[in-house]
Write a protein that binds this ligand. Structure first.
Ligand code: COA
Length: 298
């Protein structure tokens, strides 16, 4: 689908995207590149990074890949520094790297819980921390008045509760807290905007195939208000809006892009049934004898 945005809205910007080699992270990398940004992607798997970089370059996007694990501070530091060395500056950090699997709370070991917290929450904080010096106003290659921006890929699981996702719910709740607190502190001190996007189920992503395997996908669709999955493109368009000047006053927000799914509840009655029931209840209440209130003795 064609982007509704002008192709130069990120002209001259440099973006570093963790988890940028696949899924939502790759689509954000592609759309940022198509709208003028130079793109560095970070990931653990060299082969995935290599093919993603070739795909970006074949679109004419200046792109580079750096191997690294967001759980390791030395990797975070090295990748941020390498990005600035390669492109001269850093304007946008997207934290899209995440870990997930379905597991009941009782079957999840504390180490499994910690692993997801380490990737999603501590990893996001570590990347932000290492990028601060370059994103802040007056940072390398930046003017003394304009800071950069951070975008975290979150989720909606923790708005209510989610089956078999206690680890990710906890991790993403913390990621949203990071966005708000950094928006406050770094917005005030350094002119850095920090926001999030909370995607719903997005087709053709590693998250989707792990959390909603084919075996249950068609059933899952029945519960969605728009009766369809989102596309990676939907998330990338939101990411473009937030990174561009169109989003320059948005700070500390997490934009839900889920087709209204997190609001949804199973429909217990059909529309026709509720119409009939409602009429019957109304008729009963109108026909009921009106009781005369007893006079107070006071
Ligand atoms: N069910 C229950 N526990 C699991 C699990 C599963 N499916 N997968 C991993 N764990 C537990 C392990 O048992 C281990 O805990 P233990 O030491 O108490 O046994 C802990 O998690 C760490 O597992 P390990 O395989 O060593 O971690 P890793 O660092 O190699 O991999 C994961 C990290 C588990 C998050 C892996 O799924 C991953 O790399 N994911 C990245 C991609 C991804 O998930 N994308 C989806 C994004 S939404």
């Amino acid at each position: 689908m064609e982007s509704p945005f002008k192709s130069d809205i990120l002209h001259g910007k440099v973006a570093l995207i963790t988890g940028g080699g696949s899924g939502i992270g790759f689509e954000i990398s592609t759309q940022y590149g198509k709208h003028g940004a130079s793109v560095a992607i970070m990931g653990r798997r060299k082969a995935v990074l290599d093919s993603a970089v070739s795909a970006l370059q074949s679109l004419g996007i200046p792109a580079v890949g750096f191997e690294g694990d967001v759980r390791k501070q030395e990797d975070a530091k090295r990748v941020v520094e390498s990005t600035v060395k390669h492109f001269g500056r850093l304007d946008i950090l997207v934290n899209a790297a995440a870990g997930n699997f379905l597991v009941s709370a009782e079957d999840l070991s504390p180490n499994g819980f910690r692993t997801v917290m380490d990737i999603d929450t501590v990893g996001t904080f570590t990347m932000c921390h290492e990028a601060l010096n370059y994103l802040k106003k007056g940072g390398k290659g930046r003017s003394s008045s304009n800071g950069g921006m951070i975008l975290n890929i979150s989720a909606t699981l923790h708005y209510t509760a989610a089956w078999y996702q206690i680890h990710v719910s906890a991790a993403k709740a913390a990621v949203d807290a990071l966005a708000r607190n950094l928006a406050l502190e770094w917005g005030a001190d350094y002119d850095i905007r920090v926001n999030g996007i909370a995607p719903g189920p997005i087709s053709d992503t590693p998250g989707m195939s792990k959390l909603v395997p084919d075996e249950i996908e068609s059933k899952a669709r029945e519960y969605m208000p728009l009766y369809k999955l989102g596309d990676k493109w939907d998330i990338a368009m939101a990411a473009l809006y937030l990174a561009s000047d169109a989003g320059k006053y948005v700070n500390g927000a997490t934009l839900v892009v889920d087709g209204g799914l997190w609001l949804s509840r199973p429909r217990h009655l059909s529309k026709e049934a509720v119409k009939q029931l409602s009429r019957a209840v109304e008729k009963r209440s109108r026909d009921a004898p009106v009781g005369v209130p007893k006079r107070s003795k006071l």
